[in-house]
Each structure stands twice: as C-alpha cells, then as structure tokens.
Write a protein that binds this ligand. Structure first.
Ligand SMILES: NC(=O)c1ccc[n+]([C@@H]2O[C@H](COP(=O)([O-])OP(=O)(O)OC[C@H]3O[C@@H](n4cnc5c(N)ncnc54)[C@H](OP(=O)(O)O)[C@@H]3O)[C@@H](O)[C@H]2O)c1
Length: 291
C-alpha cells in the first residue's frame, strides 16, 4: 500500500514520507539508493539543485520503471539564484528527465532576504507554477519573518516549508510550525533523527526509550527509537523527509504510520527534554547560529 498522503493548501496530495538525496547522498550518485527506495515502497523523492545529483535522481526514476503519475518529485532552487528561476528549473527538469516537478522549493531565504529580493524570488516561483513547470511551490528553511515577508505580496501561499525539525531545535522551530499550521503551510521535516544519529546521549534519549517500551508493550511488536521520533514529527503536523542506505530502515520508516499515537503527556515529555539542549545540524547561517 502506498504511504498515506496529506492534502496541501493547493488541493494536491503529498506522501507523508520522502526519500532525500542530500546529506548522505550530497553530490554523490543517488541512482542505486533511490531505485532501492522506490522498489521498497517510497514514492516521494526529495532532490535539490545544490545536491548536484538531479541527473542521477532522474536516472533512478527511469530505472525504477514506476509510472511518473505514481511518484512525487521535489527539487529546490539553488540558494544563490535570484534572477533566472525559470531557467534553473528548466535545467533541473532536463537533468531529471521530467516535464514538471510536483514540488519546487526555495531552498533557503538566505541570501535573498539580506538583499531585499525575497518577494521577487517568490513572484518568480509563482510564475513557474503558472507555467506548469512545478505543480506546487513552497519554501525551505524559512523563519516566521521570512514567511511574513513573502506573504505581504504573495498571490500563492507556499504549500510547504521544509525545515530542520526534531526535539533539539523545538525551541526555535515551534513558532515556525505553529505559524505554518495557522496559515495552511505544511511543515516538512528534515534531520528528524538528529537526537539518535547526530546527538546521542542527550536528555531526549531516556524519554524516547521509555515511550518505545510502552508502545512495544501496547503493540506487541518491536518499535524503534526512530519510529517514536517519526510519530512525534507526524503528531506535530509535519511530514518526514529522511534517507537511508538500508532496506530494513525503509520498511521501519514506512511502518511508523501504523504505530499507535503518542499520548499527549509523552509528546510533552519529548518537547521538554528537547528544550534542555539545542543542536542544529544544518543551515546555521539562516538562523544566525554558529556550528
Ligand atoms: N532543505 C534543506 O535545507 C535540507 C537540509 C538537510 C536535509 N534535507 C533533506 O532531508 C533528507 C534527509 O536528511 P537527514 O539525513 O538529515 O535525515 P535523518 O532522518 O535525520 O537521518 C538519516 C540518516 O540517519 C541514518 N540513520 C537512520 N537511523 C539510524 C540509526 N538508528 N542509527 C544510526 N544512523 C541512523 C541513516 O543512515 P543509514 O543509511 O545507516 O540508514 C541516514 O543517513 C536529505 O537527504 C535531504 O533531502 C534538506
């Protein structure tokens, strides 16, 4: 069965889980792992111009043999590009061997926000959507002030804001997620496994462990820490962009939607543990943070 979908503010549907070709696959050939992901039930693929592997993402889509209509493909605008957005998307489509993407995101508000060009960038995004090159349009790494800035002149409200989201950035991400919920902008999370992958041993660990055990008892089947974090993301109203080289992990991710919900008090316990530590793994420049 295909992963559950969520309705975007433009009426389109987006699968709740996307397979990323950045991070582990950044500037690498993504063909084999994308084919593996598609073969194992993933139908939402997350690329970007800056990952410099859109051609291999396109190759994988071809090799998978999956009909185009059954796939949801995202790419993102190179952060330095503010002039010829249509031209860069056409170049991406050539590499992807597609005539449109399902979602095109402004990868970062920086440096366009510093240069006073954010509203013009968004106007060009609206043009590529109107031209049929991208079915839905959205943003990534936008803070509340960046969203407010484009909403002043936007004809189209961004469908998605893709941000780093996990308990160790809940201090800064919370207001962005809530702003999105209020304005119909779906939050797509990335870096969601940071507490177990990049910052193990922190205050979130014991909380996740006890929730994992509780759900395992309720469910009568093994439950992983990653699945608990995935449920936390879903219950915050976000979808999940992740990546893996392992078939077992793809299955584990897909199975996360079958887990019983976390209880309110469990979500709060994760929030509170996350607030004890701040770990941002990506895009420090946007948030004025140092690594
Ligand atoms: N918009 C942006 O600015 C932006 C920034 C960053 C990322 N992204 C997107 O989000 C995608 C996913 O990002 P992410 O890598 O940060 O996702 P993530 O879900 O936080 O981490 C996935 C990584 O964690 C590893 N992993 C999973 N479970 C593990 C475990 N139990 N123990 C140890 N390692 C484990 C996986 O490796 P295995 O191969 O071992 O499973 C994989 O490399 C990217 O590819 C990209 O498409 C977007």
């Amino acid at each position: 069965m295909a992963p559950r979908t969520i309705k975007l503010n433009d009426g389109r549907q987006i699968p709740w889980i996307g397979f990323g070709t950045g991070t582990a696959l950044f500037r690498k050939d993504a063909t084999q792992l994308v084919v593996q992901a598609i073969d194992n039930g993933i139908n939402h693929l997350d690329g970007a111009q800056v990952y410099r592997n859109e051609d291999t993402l396109g190759l994988a889509i071809k090799e998978s043999g999956k009909p185009r209509s059954e796939l949801f493909v995202t790419t993102k605008l190179n952060p330095g590009e503010t002039v010829n957005i249509k031209g860069t998307l056409e170049e991406s489509l050539r590499k992807l061997q597609l005539d449109h993407v399902d979602l095109f995101l402004v990868h970062s508000p920086h440096p366009a926000n510093k240069e006073g060009k954010l509203q013009d960038v968004w106007r060009q995004m609206e043009e590529v959507q109107a031209a049929g090159l991208a079915t839905s349009i959205g943003v990534s790494n936008f803070r509340v002030e960046d969203l407010e800035q484009i909403l002043q002149t936007a004809k189209v409200v961004p469908a998605v804001n893709q941000i780093e989201l996990h308990p160790y950035v809940w201090d800064t991400a919370r207001s962005i997620v809530e702003f999105g919920n209020e304005h119909g902008i779906l939050t797509a999370s990335y870096g969601g496994l940071t507490p177990i992958v990049r910052a193990p041993g922190g205050p979130v660990d014991p909380v996740i462990a006890s929730i994992r055990e509780r759900i395992e008892r309720t469910r009568g089947e093994p439950v992983s820490a990653g699945q608990v974090l995935t449920k936390w993301l879903l219950q915050k109203g976000a979808i999940v962009i992740t990546t893996t080289s392992k078939v077992e992990r793809i299955k584990e991710f897909l199975d996360a939607e079958n887990l019983p919900d976390l209880e309110e008090k469990e979500i709060l316990a994760i929030d509170n543990a996350g607030l004890k530590r701040h770990v941002r793994a990506f895009m420090h420049v946007v948030f004025g943070e140092t690594k």
